[in-house]
Ligand binder design. Structure first.
Ligand SMILES: Nc1ncnc2c1ncn2[C@@H]1O[C@H](COP(=O)(O)OP(=O)(O)OP(=O)(O)O)[C@@H](O)[C@H]1O
Length: 682
């Protein structure tokens, strides 16, 4: 609209069009819904059997420790008492004389004379002196009587049996020794050194938040809110804080180190967390009494009893507050990484042990470190191999090819089932139970997986299969778990690192390694596994279970406990009839290396060029080994040789029409064969 400045405005008409403005924030008729969080009636340790047991266990262990500590030191304590008894005797005699002769009274008389000087009346002095004299007289008589009684007692003891004499002498020496002690040298040393942890106050937290350099907090310190009182939670203090508008819990988590410094506590004690279900600005700050690595690690709840259903969460570790941090393996491939000696193998073995306790599951264990860390799994493993020699790698390639073919079979089985049985196109708990379908969970653990991928001859082929298994395996019940101490692109190929669901990173050295395991952007969101110390063994960030990554310390299960778990699992599997493969002594049911030449086979079924699906069909007719292959299998088998399928124009024999689909040429296969054979000759 344009306004003509020359045309006069009819203001009355304009104003008549305006209606009375209505306030948008009316206060009168609105009553805010009330929320009241009831505080728990029972303390936290009385609210769960586990917490109660943990508390009782701690109390019993503490008492036993104290008793044992002092028991072995009894001879030392006796020697100290004997050594101190002469001084004790001196103190007793001196005290007795002081009392008998009323040294205090004499002091009083002297002071009275000094204060009054010559002005003191003689009668006053005489009164004081008489009083003291009477007191001393009475005490001399009492002492004399006491000496007589003690003498009689001494004679009685001398006449009594030797043990009474010894006991009396012991008691006398102990009593004199106790009297002869010094406050700076206690008789017994401390069995438990307790360090008093200061109570966490809101002022302390507020001051700390103001000193970590978050502009939004410093601009509006009065907007910091306290939705609940600071209280004890497990072995630490828990503060809930509403941060000023615009500041998120993530901002504080990123500055955890600065926060620990501001609170004057070790880094391992300070654990800020968000509460996204409330709002992004709600911070839950837990400050432990001790560093996480030094606090007791509860035993694995499945170590002695219990089964696992891989479709449901099972015990994996605990969070900094000691709460259970479970893991669900189903539909999730996993990557575990850290610098050496932080607990990768232990955590991977823990996941495989859990798989052993799901009696349906097949456990495939590949220990490429070759030190025998997975040896305890042998009695139930479907496939097992330790080492990274040529033969081991060939065995692995053959096993992986077998698994890849199995993945194809499973895909077809699922495709053929009615949709009400497979609503999400993936294996369900019920389908896994059905042995006819052969859809049991398969859990493959690979420790030091970089040895596979960097193998000069088979590395590429293994990588191609693993990438496909990680991408398509979980839906059909095949879960690949990789652990590596070198989380770089070569050790953990990007297709794998970006497709795994579960990620567990213990101490790493760089942002890149951190993001390689925990996913890109993890570092910049404050999820930093390089913040852990060398002493934080078995402690890492676990991502992929729950909404946000969380810090978890794995339950400590050593080889001895692992063997006990597997013995139990084997007995149960024997009863259920679910032992298979290696566990039944069938070590060589995987051919060591493919017995046929895939490139030669593909070439034999192509005239000039062919679509991938046609190649798959023809290969299946050629050899039973290719039964179940589809175009993806063909593509995965060719990729390691540098053959990349491209759009290929051919006539579809079924419809008689031309179409563009992915395929390869015979020429490309010939070139790849020549190149491969050339390399082998070298
Ligand atoms: N949850 C845990 N709690 C306490 N200590 C643990 C835990 N897990 C592992 N450790 C300790 O860490 C040590 C190293 O564990 P592990 O062999 O699993 O490390 P790694 O990272 O696989 O080492 P490498 O890279 O050399 O193979 C073990 O000897 C064990 O004592």
């Amino acid at each position: 609209m344009t306004i003509d400045p020359d045309t006069p405005v009819d203001w009355d008409a304009e104003l008549a069009d305006l209606v009375e403005p209505t306030p948008v924030d009316t206060a009168g008729d609105y009553s805010a819904p009330k929320h009241a969080d009831r505080q728990p009636i029972l303390p936290k340790w009385l609210r769960s059997t586990e917490a109660f047991k943990a508390q009782m266990r701690w109390a019993a262990e503490n008492a036993a420790h104290r008793a044992g500590y002092h028991a072995v030191r009894l001879p030392l304590y006796a020697t100290r008492l004997i050594a101190r008894s002469p001084r004790g005797l001196g103190r007793v005699l001196r005290g007795w004389l002081a009392w008998m002769l009323d040294w205090d009274g004499r002091q009083v008389v002297r002071s009275a004379v000094a204060v009054s000087g010559d002005g003191m009346a003689r009668s006053q002095y005489v009164t004081l002196a008489d009083e003291r004299g009477r007191r001393v007289g009475a005490r001399l008589r009492a002492s004399g009587l006491g000496v007589l009684v003690a003498g009689a007692g001494g004679v009685a003891v001398l006449a009594s049996p030797a043990w009474v004499q010894l006991l009396t002498a012991g008691l006398a020496v102990a009593s004199l020794g106790a009297v002869g002690g010094r406050p700076d040298a206690p008789l017994a040393s401390s069995a438990v050194v307790t360090s008093r942890v200061a109570r966490l106050h809101s002022e302390t937290v507020q001051q700390a938040l103001l000193s970590i350099g978050i502009a939004g907090i410093n601009r509006a310190p009065k907007s910091i809110g306290w939705p609940a009182p600071i209280q004890r939670d497990g072995a630490g203090w828990r503060a809930e804080v509403d941060l000023p508008p615009g500041v998120t819990a993530g901002d504080v988590i990123e500055r955890r180190e600065a926060l620990a410094s501001a609170l004057s506590r070790p880094l391992g004690c300070v654990w800020p967390e968000g509460a996204p279900s409330v709002h992004p600005g709600r911070l839950v700050l837990w400050v432990g009494d001790r560093e996480m690595s030094k606090s007791p690690n509860p035993p694995w709840p499945l170590a002695k009893a219990g089964r696992v259903n891989l479709f449901e969460p099972f015990a994996f570790g605990t969070d900094p507050r000691g709460r259970a941090a479970p893991v669900t393996l189903m539909y999730a491939s996993a990557a575990i990484g850290s610098i050496p000696r932080m607990g990768k193998t232990f955590s991977l073995r823990l996941l495989l042990l859990a798989a052993c306790l799901d009696l349906r599951a097949q456990v495939w264990a590949f220990d490429l470190k070759g030190t025998g860390d997975f040896r305890p799994l042998q009695p139930v493993a479907h496939r097992y191999r330790a080492g990274d020699d040529g033969e081991d790698i060939e065995y692995a390639l053959a096993a992986l090819s077998e698994l890849h073919t199995e993945m194809g079979r499973r895909t077809r089985v699922l495709r053929g089932l009615p949709s009400d049985l497979v609503p999400e196109s993936k294996v369900t708990d019920q389908l896994a139970d059905n042995t006819q379908l052969g859809l049991c969970p398969v859990v493959v653990g690979v420790d030091e997986c970089q040895r596979w991928f960097e193998h000069p001859e088979h590395g590429e082929a293994i990588q191609a299969i693993c990438e496909d298994l990680v991408r398509r395996g979980p839906a059909v019940g095949i879960m690949m778990l990789f652990a590596t101490q070198r989380p770089d692109a070569k050790s953990l190929p990007p297709v794998i690192s970006s497709n795994v669901v579960l990620r567990y990173a213990m101490k790493v050295m760089t942002h890149t390694a951190n993001d390689m395991i925990l996913g890109s952007g993890a570092s910049s969101s404050g999820i930093k596994a390089h913040q852990f110390a060398r002493s934080d063994r078995g402690i890492g960030y676990l991502a992929g279970e729950g909404d946000d990554p969380q810090i978890v310390r794995t339950h400590y299960v050593d080889a001895v406990v692992a063997e006990q778990v597997v013995t139990r699992a084997r007995a149960a599997r024997e009863a259920a009839g679910t032992l298979s493969g290696y566990a039944l002594g069938v070590e060589q049911d995987v051919q060591a290396g493919p017995s046929h030449d895939v490139l030669a086979d593909v070439l034999s079924v192509i005239a000039d060029k062919a679509w991938l699906e046609s190649i798959a069909e023809r290969l299946a007719e050629l050899r039973p080994a290719y039964e179940g292959w589809d175009k993806t299998n063909v593509s995965a088998a060719l990729r390691p040789y540098g053959i990349v399928p491209a759009q290929t124009w051919l006539t579809d024999s079924a419809t008689g029409k031309g179409a563009n689909r992915y395929g390869v040429t015979a020429e490309a296969i010939r070139r790849a064969i020549a190149e491969r054979d050339g390399k082998r000759r070298k």
